[in-house]
Design a protein around this ligand. Sequence first.
Ligand SMILES: Cc1cc2nc3c(=O)[nH]c(=O)nc-3n(C[C@H](O)[C@H](O)[C@H](O)COP(=O)(O)O)c2cc1C
Length: 450
Amino acid sequence: MPSRRPGRWRPRTVAARRPLWYPPEPHVARTLAAPRVVNIADLRRLAERRLPRVVFDYIDGGAESEITLRENCRVFDQVTFRPRGAVAAPKTDLQTTVLGTTLALPFLLAPVGSTRMFYPRGEAVAAKAGGEAGTAYVLSTLSGCKLEEVKAATTGPCWYQVYLVGGREVTRAAIERARAAGFSALVVTIDTPVAGLRERDVRNGTKELVSRRPWTMLPFVWQFLARPRWLAGFLFDGGLMRFPNVVRPDGPMAYADVGAALEQSVVSWPDLEWIREAWNGPVVVKGVLTAEDARRAVDAGVEAVVVSNHGGRQLDGVAATLRALPEVVSAVRGRAEVLMDGGIRRGSDIVKALCLGARAVLVGRAYAYGLGAGGGAGVARAIEILRSDLARTLKLLGCASVAELGPSYIEVPADWRVDSPSHPSASAATEPLQVAQDQSSGSTTVKRSR
Ligand SMILES: Cc1cc2nc3c(=O)[nH]c(=O)nc-3n(C[C@H](O)[C@H](O)[C@H](O)COP(=O)(O)O)c2cc1C
C-alpha cells in the first residue's frame, strides 16, 4: 500500500464537509461587515432574508402572545447606567471564570435546538466560532450534529444540555458519550414539561413539514422553494435531520417525534440525583426564575443555575429574566454560580446583567441570527458585535474590567417589585428596589430603600 504523503492528508474538519458551492467564509464575512451589519438587529434582518419563513420564525418566535419574549428585551431599557467620568480605561478586561474555566468573554453560546436547519453542520460551525472567540458552546440534546463532531470542531469548552427524551437509558448513554468526547459541564433544562405553544410554528406548518408525507407537506413547501440558496445547502447537508444524540434502540430519534418525546420525559428534582451520579462533573440547572427553585437547585448540589425562561418560548407571561435575576442571586447567596439568559441583543445588556449579579450570560437568538445570516462567519460577527459593545460600554462607564462591575454602575426603576413571599424584601413591595453586592462573596442582595 502506498503510504500517505505528508501534506496530502486533510483532517475531517467542519470546513471540509461544507457543501462545495457554499460561499467561502471570507466572502460571506464581507457581506456581514459594516455598514451592512452594525448590530444584532441587522443580522436578524439578513437571517430573515436567507431562511425560509418556517425556519426564521422558529428562531425568532416565542410562546402564545409573545409577552415574555418582548419583555425579556424591553426590561433592559428600564435600567440606566451611572458612569464614572474622567476615568481612563485604555484596556478593558472582558475575561471571566465560569465553573473554573476562564473565558475570554462573559457570555456563552446558549443551547439552541435544530441549529442544523439554519446552516449546514450548524452546531459544529457555531461551536467553532465560539471557540475561536474564546468562549464556550452549549450543545442542545436536540441537535442535528453528533456531539463528538461538535466537540472536535471547536478549541473552546463545550457543555452538553440534556433533555430526558428517549428515557433514562438513552440519556445515560448520551451523558457517557459527552463525557468521553470531552464536554466539561452538563446543563439540565427544567422548563420544558411540555413544549410551549409557538403559534408561528403552527401557522407555518412545522408539524406538517416534518411529517415526511408529501401531500401533508405540500401546502407549506413554498417556503423552502422561495429560498433556493438555503434549500441547496439543506439538501446537500442531508435534508431533514434526525437527532444523532438521542439514540433509541431503533436508532436516532426522528424529527417528528420531538413534541411527544418531551412530554414523556419530564425532568423532576429527584432526577438530578441519578444525573449527577451518571455525569460526575459540574451540573448546571437552566430555567430557574424564583428564589424557591434556586434554593432547591442549590440544595440538590448543582454548581450553577441559569436564570432563564427559555427565551420566552415556554410559559408566556413569566417575568423577564433580568427582573428575576436579583431574586435568584439573593437566594443563592454565593453557594452556586448564577448565569442568566434572555433578551440579550447588545453588549450593554450583558453589562446590566453582570451589574445585577450574573457571573456570565448565555446568548441564544443573537448568535442564531448570525448563523442563519451567514453560517460560522455570521456567528463570529455576532460575537464580535457583542464583544466590541462590551469593551466600549465598559470604557464609557469608566470601568476597566467586567470583574469590577456591580450595582453601583446602574439604577433600576423605583417601581420594580420582588413579589416572591420568601424574598427578604417582599414585605415592602412598593418601595424602591436597591441592589447591593457583597464584594467578598460576590453575591448580590436586593432590598427596599425605605
Ligand atoms: C430556536 C431556539 C431553540 C432553542 N432550543 C433550546 C434547547 O434545545 N434547549 C434549551 O435548553 N434551550 C433552548 N433554547 C433556549 C435558549 O437556550 C436560551 O434560553 C434562549 O434563547 C435565551 O434567550 P435569547 O434567545 O433571547 O437570547 C432555544 C432557543 C431558541 C431561540
